[in-house]
Design a protein around this ligand. Structure first.
Ligand SMILES: Cc1cc2nc3c(=O)[nH]c(=O)nc-3n(C[C@H](O)[C@H](O)[C@H](O)COP(=O)(O)OP(=O)(O)OC[C@H]3O[C@@H](n4cnc5c(N)ncnc54)[C@H](O)[C@@H]3O)c2cc1C
Length: 408
């Protein structure tokens, strides 16, 4: 490392660290990037089902969560959607647009994003060190010392801690970043898994395994809706998955980590009000000879009538004419408000992101520098900010990485 230039160490070669390294190198710094794994951007390579949902047309604070989600306003005022688009286009990654304003690389390939970011980092002279886990960070008299797991020591002028979260452990994600931040004196809100399937212990529901259905899922706590999503739900052998379940998982898990017991309402007919559904059912029940389960097959997939009827205690073989008015209303009610209680949150192994992390009130948003440890900048998912599904988490990683890099 040449001593004449400012020396910057970036810890973590994921989304945020790569961008921080590029911008720091552009600012004229001598940059060394430490990545504990054998390759850069391992998580980035599988984002967006391998297509990398880089960002979204609709970037604003309402899509972010944490103890102080308004922190993102300061971030996006400095490096927002337009700056992100300009940056990626400048390195040869134009965009194409998908559903819900999601922006992807025109290649629709996450691995190409990693390859280009790595190429640009090396082209700018970033010294990339793989298999280098940073184990300790010490701040002293205007400089920062890093100590790796192999006991190598590196003295630099400043550091960017971009070590990510513990979500999606199969790809090597760990608590390392939190531990480093805590060792420097930071407050870390205990992470919990977000954007992941929900376990529903109700065994009858597991019989729907493999069925996809457009439901409205509502997470309900103390009679109030705390999250809602109307998208596809995938029923699994343990509960529910698919976009709708993933979307409400944060609110459910957050409530459960506080010891509260939320419920989930599954509305199988979100585009019909109760009266319209009752009329539809009445029209199906003209033929009084049909078994009541069979009578529902025209509007539900096989297995669904049996599950719904079982849960409300109605025999599927009962002829329609034998069903009382109360039983008919109960069927309509169950199809609009099928209530279940989620089980223990599933683990970080399946989580797309980790909510919680380093308290952003301890970070200067103009530079991402820590207010606690001078010379150390903290970026990306390690911070106590998590976004909705749809490109919001990567956008936060790019923006905070760019701000930290430009501040060098
Ligand atoms: C399956 C999946 C799909 C996703 N799809 C999307 C999507 O399409 N759009 C979206 O917006 N978000 C998506 N996300 C979330 C997104 O990938 C993350 O929010 C983002 O990668 C966070 O960037 P980061 O730089 O903070 O952390 P990471 O990208 O996780 O990078 C952190 C890096 O630091 C390294 N590291 C950790 N500790 C150390 C240490 N002590 N020393 C050296 N190196 C270390 C890690 O190995 C890792 O490479 C997805 C996540 C998953 C799991």
């Amino acid at each position: 490392m040449r001593k004449s230039k400012k020396t910057v160490a970036v810890i973590g070669g994921g989304a945020s660290g790569l961008v921080a390294a590029l911008f720091a190198a552009d600012a004229g710094c001598s940059v060394v990037l430490f990545e504990k794994q054998k390759a850069l951007g391992r998580k980035l390579r599988i984002t967006g089902n391998g297509r990398c949902n880089i960002t979204n047309r609709d970037i604003d604070a309402t899509h972010y969560h944490g103890h102080n989600p308004m922190f993102v306003k300061n971030i996006f005022a400095r490096f927002g959607l337009d700056a992100t688009i300009d940056f990626f286009e400048s390195i040869g990654i134009p965009f194409c647009e998908g559903e819900g304003g999601r922006l992807y690389p025109a290649s629709l390939q996450a691995s190409s994003v990693v390859k280009i970011l790595e190429y640009e980092a090396r082209r700018r002279g970033v010294d990339v060190l793989l298999h280098r886990k940073v184990d300790r960070i010490e701040v002293s008299g205007g400089g920062v010392r890093l100590i790796t797991a192999g006991k190598e020591e590196f003295d630099v002028d400043s550091a960017v801690l971009a070590a990510g979260s513990c979500a999606y452990s199969p790809l090597g994600a760990s608590r390392s970043g939190y531990e480093l931040a805590i060792s420097l004196g930071h407050r870390v809100y205990e992470p919990f898994p977000s954007i992941l399937p929900l376990t529903i212990p109700l065994k009858a529901l597991h019989r729907l395994e493999g069925i996809k259905w457009d439901c409205r899922l509502s997470a309900i706590l103390d009679g109030k809706i705390i999250a809602q999503s109307e998208e596809e739900t995938l029923f699994t052998r343990y509960g529910i998955s698919g976009p709708a379940a993933l979307e409400i998982s944060r609110a459910v898990n957050e409530a459960m980590t506080r010891g509260a017991i939320p419920e989930v309402n599954i509305d199988f007919f979100p585009r019909m009000d109760s009266n319209a559904l009752m009329s539809l059912l009445d029209s199906l029940w003209d033929d009084g000879d049909r078994p009541i389960g069979f009578s529902l097959l025209g509007i539900l997939k096989e297995r669904m009538p049996a599950v719904v009827l079982h849960v409300i205690g109605i025999d599927t073989e009962m002829p329609v004419r034998a069903a009382t008015a109360a039983q008919r209303s109960a069927i309509a009610a169950a199809l609009k408000d099928f209530r279940v209680v989620p089980g223990e949150p599933r683990g970080f192994g399946e989580a797309v992101v980790a909510a919680g992390g380093v308290d952003v009130d301890q970070i200067h948003p103009a530079t991402m520098e820590s207010k606690i440890a001078r010379g150390v900048h903290i970026t990306g998912e390690l911070l106590d900010i998590d976004g909705d599904s749809g490109g919001y988490n990567l956008q936060f990683a790019w923006s905070t990485g760019a701000i930290a890099g430009m501040a060098q």
